[in-house]
Design a binder for this molecule. Sequence first.
Ligand code: UD1
Length: 311
Amino acid sequence: MSHYVVTGGAGFIGSAIVRGLLRDGARRVVVIDNLLTGHESNLEEVRACVEFERADIREYEAIAPLIRGAAVVFHEAAIPSVPRSIDDPAPSHEVNIDGTFNVLRAAREGQAGRVVYAASSSAYGDTEVLPKVESMAPRPKSPYALQKLVGEYYCNVFSGVYGLEAVALRYFNVYGPRQDPTSPYSGVLSVFMKAILERRSPTIFGDGEQSRDFTFVEDVVELNLRAARAKNVSGKVYNGGNGGRITLNEAWALLQRFEDVEIRAKYAAPRPGDVRHSQADTAAAVRDLGHDPRFSFEEGMRRTLEWYRGQ
Ligand code: UD1
């Protein structure tokens, strides 16, 4: 029986894709994760329904047999975070570039049906125009942004040269339940959630007027499932955002409103490598993949906050 593989399947986004696959009726799901940033507990209630393999995508021989013959490989394993890639570039280079190469090579040699690759909106850098559209020249500003872009190019080349079906989805600041708020490199909304529930001030880097197209994780899961089925998309790159744009000040204000509290944020120097504004043009993803994001920022934030409250 042909199977699905989710690399990074014990991570925040990967584990949500695992759940999406199972909801969709997938019979065999193989999770590859080295548990560097993922947690087996992210799989909780579905742990018994999946094959969990603790393996590292930097080791080709370890992952190739797991990927062989897969119907679709969702490649989510990565060392995320712009500042982490600046502080410690070698591990993120090895995982995000060499690891991605290994996944594509294993998919090609093992005749997998398709790879759906988790690319990043960071590839755009600072563009003069918003929203950001796939035809714009990329301007990566950090090692992380460049690494994720190289992965896209590798997908395109494997598609063109070897005929591997590979499609890249540029995620735009995904948030939702299970995003780990405990690392210095955690995504900003998970940090905000923890701060508001503990009635503490978060630290905002810069003036807080930078903006992001925050995308609820369930919308990203649905997009992945659609990208796995879509026709004539191999070698292409699509924005996986919402099309909106929220500033950090607005996000923090919303959480204060939800909780009916007034807590001023602290402000610190802007972060090196930070992009100022980010917003997706979703037209291509809507047209070719049937992208249909359903969660408004308020609704996604409400659900996410309730999840953190329950922890
Ligand atoms: C970038 C990518 C995103 C990718 C992510 C992976 C862009 C536009 N987005 O996210 O697609 O998924 O890397 O890690 O490049 N901040 C604070 N206080 C904090 C933490 C962060 O103010 O405690 C600020 C940051 O300086 C930044 C914003 O919040 O301006 C978002 O930061 P973060 O959540 O780390 O994501 P990006 O770097 O935008």
